[in-house]
Design a protein around this ligand. Structure first.
Ligand SMILES: CC/C=C\C/C=C\C/C=C\C=C\CC(=O)SCCNC(=O)CCNC(=O)[C@H](O)C(C)(C)COP(=O)(O)OP(=O)(O)OC[C@H]1O[C@@H](n2cnc3c(N)ncnc32)[C@H](O)[C@@H]1OP(=O)(O)O
Length: 188
């Protein structure tokens, strides 16, 4: 609720946030399936995208259970979704939020780095780079509506957005903790 209240407050300034929470605005649901096929990805089953063409605001709900861990597949879906929105001239802004309870994103999917091949890890890290570069350099106004914990890669994702609004809950943490896992992000 605090998050939504904060969003509504910011909305008065930009008019971009008006539809994070409700489905009564006649939103159009867009699917990045076509581009996904071009990119040899599976369908975007981990993202629910609501795009209101009357306001030009899209809301990307991450719904990759249990904790929106950023796997190769999920990273690819995110990139494709952003690409698709950028190609739509009527889209001006993107709000990224989570459908999972208590977690915005748990960061990079640790299983992608455990007992996988060097080739797979290379592909995975390239997808990580692509995700944050795409968000960071996007022409869309990007907003992370952080409605849960957001460690490491989740924090990275939020940081690459133009704005961040976080739910006021002491149980939700955010920060770059990957060195605690003995992990050093590679150069790009
Ligand atoms: C290339 C870089 C560019 C620039 C460099 C700049 C900076 C570096 C930027 C990013 C670096 C990122 C590295 C990473 O992201 S490594 C991942 C780090 N993530 C974590 O340490 C998070 C660990 N998880 C948690 O803290 C918690 O799970 C939680 C707070 C997210 C949620 O807690 P809950 O109590 O609600 O849920 P849990 O019971 O703990 O977990 C449920 C379920 O989810 C699995 N899981 C959790 N996190 C991950 C993950 N990251 N990957 C894969 N799976 C995860 C967990 O094991 C549980 O599974 P089971 O139910 O037991 O099967």
């Amino acid at each position: 609720m605090a998050l939504r209240a904060a969003l509504r407050k910011s909305c008065a300034l930009t008019g971009l946030f008006c539809q994070l929470s409700s489905s009564r605005h006649g939103r159009v649901c867009a699917s990045p399936v076509l581009v996904a096929q071009q990119r040899n990805s599976s369908t975007a089953q981990n993202i629910k995208l609501d795009f209101d063409q009357s306001t030009g605001v899209a809301v990307m709900h991450m719904q990759c259970p249990p904790v929106n861990a950023l796997s190769l597949e999920f990273l690819t879906e995110i990139c494709i979704t952003v690409e698709k929105l950028e190609m739509d001239k009527s889209c001006r802004g993107l709000i990224i939020t989570s459908s999972q309870p208590k977690v915005f994103s748990a960061g990079l999917d640790l299983l992608e780095m455990y007992e996988t091949s060097t080739e797979h890890r290379g592909e995975f890290w390239r997808a990580v780079q692509e995700m944050w570069l795409k968000l960071y350099s996007s022409k869309l106004v990007t907003i992370a509506a952080i409605n849960g914990s957001s460690p490491a890669g989740g924090c990275l994702m939020a940081m690459t957005c133009d704005y961040r609004i976080m739910a006021d809950n002491p149980r939700y943490g955010i920060g770059l903790n990957e060195t605690q896992l003995g992990m050093v992000a590679p150069f790009w």
